[in-house]
Design a protein around this ligand. Structure first.
Ligand SMILES: [Zn+2]
Length: 158
């Protein structure tokens, strides 16, 4: 889709919209830090008051990391700071891309594939619905990683 794109990894927050009609909740990707939505079907563009393209002298740009492990750690760190549903996945980044040893800051990005982490989802949010909606909305492959058994659950499950 984007010939010069680099494939990297990142973490996202899952935004949930509950329609008043009682229809199933709609889920979408958000930045972990900002309130920015990742609009389905179009590249996400880095926004900064000072630059149109990511600058070394600034913290702007769309962040990505080089490995799945780093994305997982990103998600876990974010969840510790503020519990929220999270997904990780591969992301295409392109345009002006600043390269660092641990990752990138890019001008443009779009998800390439997503991985829903059961562990971070609230109990009322069905992981299968999250997988289906992200797949249909962003038109990417979406897989699901089931939760490891949590300490709090052990002994409670039948
Ligand atoms: Zn900037």
């Amino acid at each position: 889709m984007y010939p010069d794109a680099i494939r990297a990894w990142r973490a996202w927050r899952v935004g949930v919209f509950e329609p008043a009609s009682g229809a199933p909740p709609e889920v979408f990707l958000r930045s972990c830090v900002h309130d920015a939505y990742w609009t389905p079907g179009e590249p996400v563009i880095a926004r900064c008051a000072a630059h149109t393209r990511p600058s070394l002298s600034c913290g702007c740009g769309i962040y990505a990391v080089t490995t799945r492990d780093a994305a997982l750690e990103w998600a876990q760190t974010t969840a510790r700071a503020m519990p929220m549903p999270l997904v990780i996945g591969e992301v295409h980044v392109w345009g002006r891309v600043l390269r660092f040893s641990s990752g990138y800051r890019a001008q443009y990005a779009y998800p390439y594939s997503l991985e829903v982490l059961d562990e971070g989802l609230p109990v009322e949010l069905d992981p299968r619905l999250v997988v289906r909606q992200l797949r249909d909305t962003y038109v990417v492959d979406v897989t699901r990683t089931r939760a490891r058994r949590r300490l709090a659950d052990s002994g409670l499950a039948a």
